[in-house]
Design a protein around this ligand. Structure first.
Ligand SMILES: [Fe+2]
Length: 160
């Protein structure tokens, strides 16, 4: 499936010309139609669950990284996990401020998450990075979808 949203060129990012850099992964675009979020609060709670799932998966891969690029990837994933976790509290408190409830437990977040856990005993480094790339595309897509819903709900604070 070709990209429906992409940069016009990769020029400036790489020396060699290549295929368009997709802003939304084809796999994520394909799954959009099955996403079940009916309200802005639902969307934000799903995003919250996904940010926690993505945080935990990123930390999992940080802890279990192995291979010749161990140090670089280990540090990279720790930085990314910190950035991901930094949005969690803001999303939850925004939900409360708008009169909604938010996640209450590990079970609650597990029921809502769309980003899948990876419980494999060993994951090669390249596969870790590829999986996180897809998950981050999914998260970005969910934020863009939620932005439309909060705008429709006239929630200017969440729309930002
Ligand atoms: Fe660490």
């Amino acid at each position: 499936m070709p990209c429906t949203i992409s940069w016009p060129s990769r020029r400036g990012f790489e020396e060699e010309p290549g295929p368009p850099l997709c802003l939304v992964s084809p796999a994520v675009e394909q799954s959009r139609s099955v996403r079940n979020t009916t309200t802005a609060a639902d969307a934000l709670n799903t995003i919250l669950a996904d940010m926690l799932a993505l945080y935990f998966k990123t930390k999992n891969f940080h802890w279990h990284m192995a291979g010749p690029h161990f140090r670089d990837y280990h540090l990279l994933l720790d930085e990314q996990a910190t950035e991901i976790f930094s949005v969690v509290d803001d999303i939850a408190e925004r939900l409360r401020k708008t009169g909604n409830t938010t996640l209450r437990s590990i079970g609650d977040f597990a029921r809502r998450q769309t980003i899948k856990d990876n419980d494999a005993e060993f994951v090669p480094a390249d596969d870790m990075l590829a999986e996180l790339r897809e998950d981050n595309f999914r998260a970005g897509s969910a934020f863009r979808e939620a932005k439309v819903l909060v705008e429709e709900a006239r929630d200017n604070g969440s729309h930002g």
